[in-house]
Design a protein around this ligand. Structure first.
Ligand code: BES
Ligand code: MN
Ligand code: MN
Length: 466
């Protein structure tokens, strides 16, 4: 491992420069205008994966954006780690809130990142984190220190729900056969407090359209006599939660797996300061479902949130208009055993039921994803524990995360293979927000930790076989 460490140290600057080039490609999967750039990011990755020493590197086309694959099989008898990541990014809007161009990476020092952080869309989610794996592999490969087989599957549609990934996986079962999936696309508690994510929430995402009159009307001439779809939509949304923060959709909580007292105590042991939380987010108070802590509200409890709402006049100045239509994009984060399709149906039924006769409503489901929990009593988890303990000087804390990564549940369903979520970002890195960034400390810490993960995993796995 010493030679791997030396290799990393020697190549530090190049590792960073390459990531900066990767970050310059606007691989926004949600916007069809960027289709070519998404492909460009896949091409970039293909070249870098080949250079790093991976074999069979290939871009696989899908109905949507392509998947980049590569592998190094050193001995068929040894276990195989499948590295998963995504090279697509979220749209950077609102652009005016960025302090520098989202695709013109710059390095700046911050309080949380005194050694500097890279500011760019995708710096943390997930280009920076997936690229750690490419560089960690390069170091192991060049120093002849790869202790087991490795496969890379990097997709370009994670941020839009990984719609084509399941088809690809099912069609390529042999190619993708592995013993575990290793993913760096989550956070640690802070740079002195490592953690491993052991749960993710699922997702049901819908878009709603509320139509009132058949055209926009003068809000003086008609106002007061006709239902205003924007007002109606707001009332409908407001009615979907009660004063205790419980979601009112009948059946919504039906399948939620209750946690034991012991599990809840364990989850609440993770360090958390409400004061710091409020200060960082610029809020005077927290809110949420009664009877649960903020940690629980943001990880083990389901949610319903408006992600965007519009309709009527939103230009400069005032235009007096009673709009014909109103829209909202609504996400529901799901927890174990909730089923995204079932929740979408329950939402649709409820939304139609509560709509007054004065409007017409339409519900269009977007992508979904299943929740997942990963065990801690396995060699796969233990390897992360040991690797992080070595590089951080402190054992990681297992924590359940609030975000979603659809592949985790899907991979378990299709292959019966579990994932380890060993991410290195911080929740405060502003992923999906303006000024997303990723600490240089975190980037290099990841590159150092991954080879140790491989080492411990291979060792523990061979011991467990004996
Ligand atoms: N990397 C995130 C998920 C994440 C972030 C998990 C931080 C835990 C901690 C991922 O790229 C993401 O944003 N996923 C989407 C889901 C998808 C179906 C659009 C999400 O959670 O909104
Ligand atoms: Mn991600
Ligand atoms: Mn994301």
């Amino acid at each position: 491992m010493k030679s791997v460490h030396t290799y990393i140290t020697k190549n530090k600057k190049r590792f960073l420069d390459e990531l900066l080039d990767f970050l310059k490609i606007p691989s926004i999967s949600a916007d069809p205008k960027y289709k070519k750039d998404v492909k460009k990011a896949a091409d970039f990755l293909k070249i870098k994966m080949k250079d790093a020493g991976l074999d069979k590197v290939k871009i696989y086309a899908t109905k949507g954006h392509p998947i980049v694959y590569g592998e190094k099989i050193i001995d068929k008898k040894l276990p195989t780690i499948l590295v998963y990541g995504h090279y697509d990014v979220q749209p950077p809007d609102p652009l005016e809130l960025w302090n520098s161009g989202p695709f013109e990476p710059v390095i700046k020092k911050t309080k949380k990142h005194p050694k500097g952080a890279i500011y760019a869309r995708g710096a943390c989610d997930d280009k920076g984190q997936l690229y750690m794996h490419v560089k960690a592999f390069e170091a192991m490969q060049k120093e002849n220190a790869l202790p087991c087989n490795v496969k890379f599957m990097i997709e370009g549609e994670e941020e839009v729900g990984s719609d084509n990934l399941e088809t690809f996986c099912k069609a390529n079962k042999n190619l993708l056969a592995s013993d575990m999936v290793l993913i760096s696309d989550t956070s640690i508690i802070d740079n002195k407090t490592p953690s491993v994510t052991v749960g993710l929430r699922g997702l049901s995402y819908v878009e709603v359209e509320v139509t009132g009159p058949n055209k926009d009307l003068h809000s003086g001439v008609y106002g007061g006599g006709v239902a205003n779809p924007v007002n109606v939509l707001c009332e409908m949304i407001a009615s979907m939660k009660d004063k205790n923060g419980k979601i009112n959709i009948p059946g919504f909580y039906e399948d939620v797996k209750r946690l034991s007292k012991k599990e809840r105590v364990q989850i609440n042991k993770a360090p958390f300061s409400v004061t710091k939380y409020k200060k960082e987010l610029g809020i005077k108070d927290i809110q949420g479902e009664k009877g649960y802590s903020t940690i629980e509200r943001t990880s083990t409890r389901p949610t319903l949130d408006v992600n965007g709402i519009w309709g009527g006049y939103i230009g400069e100045g005032a235009k007096t208009v009673l709009p014909s239509k109103a829209y909202a994009k609504i996400s529901m984060r799901l927890v174990p055993n909730q089923h995204p399709d079932k929740i979408t149906k329950l939402f649709e039924r409820h939304f139609k039921k509560i709509a007054p006769k004065s409007v017409q409503v339409k519900v269009s489901p977007h992508h979904g994803g299943f929740p997942a929990v990963t065990p801690t009593n396995t060699v796969e988890y233990q390897a992360a524990h040991l690797a992080m303990k070595d590089t951080f000087g402190k054992a990681p804390i297992p924590v359940r995360g609030g975000g979603s990564i659809p592949i985790v549940a899907m991979f378990e369903k299709v292959f019966g293979v579990k994932s380890v979520l060993m991410g290195f970002g911080l929740d405060s890195d502003d992923i999906h927000s303006p000024n997303e960034h990723y600490g240089l400390f975190n980037y290099y810490k990841g590159i150092e930790t991954i080879p140790l993960y491989f080492k411990y995993y291979a060792e523990l796995k061979s011991k467990s076989k004996k």
